[in-house]
Structures are given as C-alpha cells and as structure tokens.
Unconditional design. Structure first.
Length: 304
C-alpha cells in the first residue's frame, strides 16, 4: 500500500520541476507577459477574460440586451460600434464593454495567482499584458500598491516604464477596455509607435536584456502586435533566453511547439497536462526562485 501511495507523489514532484535556467533568474531580470490564461484562472466566471473571441461574443450579447443591435446583425454591430472606424460620434461600444467587465473586483475567485505576480513585481519584475482588463491593477490597489495602467499611446509613460521607473506599472499592448477608442486589434493601430525609433529601441532593448516569461499566453506568439514590437523586430533571437509556460495537452504538439519556439530564443515548459495545476505552478515558481537565490547568496557568503 505504501509504495502505491508514494508513486503519485514522486510523479507530482517530477512534474513540478522547474528549469534551473529560469529559477536562477533574479526577479529584476524577468519581464512577465500575462495572457488570458491568467485572468481566466483568477475570475473564471467572466467569459470575456478567456480570449478576445469570447470578449467579442460577450459584447455582442450585451449589445442585444441593451437593444442597440438587431439579433444576428453582426455586420451592423461593427459598423455602429467598432472603435477603429475613425467615427468621432458617440457610440455604444463603451457601454457594452462596461457591462461585460462590470464589478471585476467582486468576481475574483482565485487571487493566489495575482498575489504571486505582485510578489514578483515587488522584487523588480516588469509586467506587460495582452489583456484588455485591469484585473491585476484592481487587485494590487486592494493590497495598497500604487498600481498604474498604461498603453502604447502615452509615449512618456512607456519610456518611463521601459527604463524601470514605474515599479507597479502594467503595460497593456492592446490598450484597456476603459478606453475603447484606444483598443487595438492589429499593428496598424499603433503605426505611431512602430514608426517611432525611440520607443521601438527601448522596447526591443528590453527583449534583449530581460528574460521574458510568458504565462497564460497559449498561442499568444501569433499575436500580431507582440510580433511587431518584439518577436520579428529583434535580430539574433537564438542567443536570447525567454520562457513560456504552457499546458501540455498533446505530447507531439508540445514538443513541436518547443522546437519551434527555440528558434525565437524561447524555452517552452509545461505546468502539467491539466489546467487545474496552473495556479499552483505560478504560486510555487516565485518561491522556487527565492529558495535558489537564497542558496546562491549563502554559498557566496561562505566563500568569502
């Protein structure tokens, strides 16, 4: 009986191993990239947090509820409400978004992941996100942290953030739902950024000097804005060392993805084969790094 009970424990320990090249990183050496997987874990009841597609579906539903859209008339919806039409007339887009993301602070079910992220930020980790919501900022403010949301339209703040002058700043590369006219779906919405040498230089420099840690991002590397800002604009990526934490649903797909990402200087690691293990992985990771760094510090002291 004892041997039967111990086997799963050994299996669990093996599955929770962390790359030494990752946990040896100091928090200040990391730049955390948060995708929809993080917020879907924190507030699973809000479908719009799971992906851009579910966000659109939720906005469509709210548009019908607010009676600003004929049932099924999606084309008319985008004509009336898209923030990228250049039409300066008032529209209902923000109203629908506010309904979709209403009372975020009341709908946090699993705060431990956000607490782990805040712990890394306290120790110098920078954070950017592809998400349209400000769930992390809301949680941080509840913990009395001076959180600040920023997007790529504010050049001054982006430069401050990139130079590590905003400890609790969160860069939203797709903008925020609170500013629907600033929400960006493709790089054409950020021509003023991609054509600004000063901004592009500081952003690309981050990709060279920091280790990006992509968490809850899934297929985020297909994101055109991330590609334009970092992935395809920085040369010699195989010399870099970035990390991506993913769900391993299919071994063949996982190992192919792992090989493909190494060409971009990104090491893909798995938090196991079930989404339920994701929160625990994110919680344990900062502690593993802390233990490793404490041991390194102790060895340095003993060597003196």
């Amino acid at each position: 009986m004892d041997s039967v009970e111990k086997t799963p424990n050994r299996s669990e320990q093996k599955s929770r191993k962390f790359l030494k090249s990752l946990i040896r990183k100091q928090p200040r050496d990391l730049l955390l990239v948060i995708g929809t997987g993080v917020n879907a874990t924190v507030a699973p009841a809000i479908r719009a947090l799971c992906s851009w597609r579910t966000c659109i579906e939720a906005v469509l539903e709210e548009a019908e509820q607010l009676e600003v859209l004929h049932l099924g008339d999606v084309a008319e919806f985008w004509k009336k409400m898209s923030p990228r039409t250049g039409d300066t007339k008032p529209n209902f887009f923000q109203d629908c978004l506010m309904e979709v993301f209403d009372d975020l602070e009341q709908r946090i079910q699993n705060p431990a992941v956000l607490q782990s992220i805040l712990s890394l930020m306290e120790r110098g980790t920078m954070v950017l996100t592809t998400n349209y919501d400000n769930l992390l900022e809301i949680f941080g403010q509840q913990q009395n942290k001076p959180m600040e949301s920023l997007d790529l339209k504010d050049k001054t703040k982006v430069l401050q953030w990139a130079k590590v002058h905003m400890k609790y700043g969160v860069l939203h590369i797709h903008s925020l739902y609170t500013d629907p006219c600033g929400m960006v779906l493709d790089p054409s919405g950020y021509k003023n950024v991609t054509q600004d040498p000063e901004v592009m230089e500081v952003l690309q420099n981050l990709y060279r000097i920091k280790s990006f840690l992509l968490v809850g991002c899934g297929e985020m590397l297909r994101d055109q804005i991330f590609q334009a800002l970092f992935l395809y604009s920085v040369q010699d990526k195989v010399d870099l060392e970035h990390f991506m934490v993913v769900l391993k649903e299919n071994e063949d797909h996982f190992f192919k993805h792992q090989a493909d990402m190494l060409l971009h200087g990104i090491k893909v690691v798995s938090y196991r084969d079930c989404f339920d293990y994701f929160p625990e992985y994110v919680q344990i990771m900062p502690e593993q790094a802390k233990k490793k760094n404490n041991k390194s510090s102790l060895r340095s002291l003993l060597a003196e």
